[in-house]
Design a protein around this ligand. Structure first.
Ligand code: ADP
Ligand code: MG
Length: 304
């Protein structure tokens, strides 16, 4: 079942074109990533989907409803953790959950959420006194308070230390394992690789690529780099099938070519009695692909 449909979304703030023709679909049960640099239009896109902003053009459906005209129905069935969400400093954890539960008419009792998200021990603490990881757990619990079918998480792991980030990743998987579809907005590639079933890469308000993380890597870069140590001259490798280039310096050999180059180079070497035990193969990572897709600012030497 398709849970979210976005077709030709446009949104402008004055003369800033924040979203410039974005289209994608999210299927039930997915963790769908929206990846892009700051200012790409990610938050605007998910805010339009949550009925928080009115699009200038485009067709949106969330759970088959138009969030622009059926904002209340949509909001009852989704959960959201908004970017930079903050609560009043003195509000206690249990009070926040009680308040949010009272607004939604369905969903688990907030006491259950305290236990599920390991907030029992801090129920009486004020928001201001929580650690970054505890705040994220509270935001996740609040996003789930109405037992939503879809959850929007916008930069959930922003500013967390590595341990807390890993815990947040586990929380995200747990949400999905409960049958909730997750839309994960992020600018971290490792997060997308670790968590997302599919991802839309957005830059300057446009979708630059869409697919599974693996598809993106495979479609963008087919070249691999093979490295090994060898002290005899292997320039002859250049005539092996699929080899594009061979570099050899101080006993380190670097061979570049498309995928099949790996077994062919290995076989050619072994045939000549060379067994490169330290042979390492590097394929393009999602990070390489991502950096190729987005327009990076050009640095001049003075900036360094
Ligand atoms: N309320 C607003 N008023 C004016 N410009 C905005 C507003 N919100 C966002 N923008 C601009 O729209 C663009 C996209 O912003 P945003 O959707 O927040 O991107 P992202 O979440 O990818 O960082 C940016 O250039 C941002 O400065
Ligand atoms: Mg944002």
């Amino acid at each position: 079942m398709t849970v979210i449909e976005v077709d030709g979304l446009h949104k402008r703030y004055g003369n800033v074109l924040a979203v410039d023709d974005v289209s994608f679909r999210v299927e039930a049960g997915e963790i769908f990533g929206i990846l892009g640099p700051n200012g790409a239009g990610k938050t605007t896109t998910v805010e339009c989907l949550q009925g928080l902003r009115r699009p200038d053009a485009g067709r949106l459906r969330v759970l088959r409803l138009d969030p622009t005209t059926h904002q209340h129905e949509v909001r009852r069935r989704i959960g959201s953790q908004l970017q930079d969400s903050a609560l009043p400093d003195r509000l206690k954890v249990w009070e926040a959950l009680d308040l949010f539960s009272s607004i939604s008419r369905r969903g688990p009792a907030w006491r259950d959420l305290l236990a599920t998200w390991d907030l029992d021990g801090v129920a009486d603490r004020s928001f201001a006194s929580l650690s970054g990881g505890q705040r994220q757990r509270l935001f996740v619990a609040l996003a789930l308070v109405n037992d939503p079918e879809v959850v929007f998480l916008d930069e959930l792991t922003q500013g967390l230390d590595p341990g807390a980030r890993r815990m947040a990743w586990d929380l995200i998987r747990e949400i999905r394992d409960r049958g909730v579809t997750v839309v994960l907005v992020t600018h971290y590639m490792d997060e997308v690789e670790a968590l997302c079933d599919r991802v839309a890469v957005i830059d300057h308000g446009r979708v630059r690529a869409l697919g599974t993380p693996r598809q993106l890597v495979e479609s963008a870069h087919s070249e691999v780099t093979v490295t090994f140590t060898c002290h005899e001259d292997v320039a002859w490798l250049a005539s092996t099938r699929f080899v594009d280039t061979v570099h050899q310096t101080d006993g380190t050999v670097v061979v570049i070519g498309p995928g099949p180059v790996v077994p062919l180079v290995a076989a050619a070497l072994v045939e000549r009695g060379i067994v490169p035990e330290d042979m390492a193969v590097r394929r393009a990572s999602l990070e390489d692909v991502y950096l190729d897709l987005i327009d990076r600012p050009a640095y001049s030497p003075e900036d360094r």
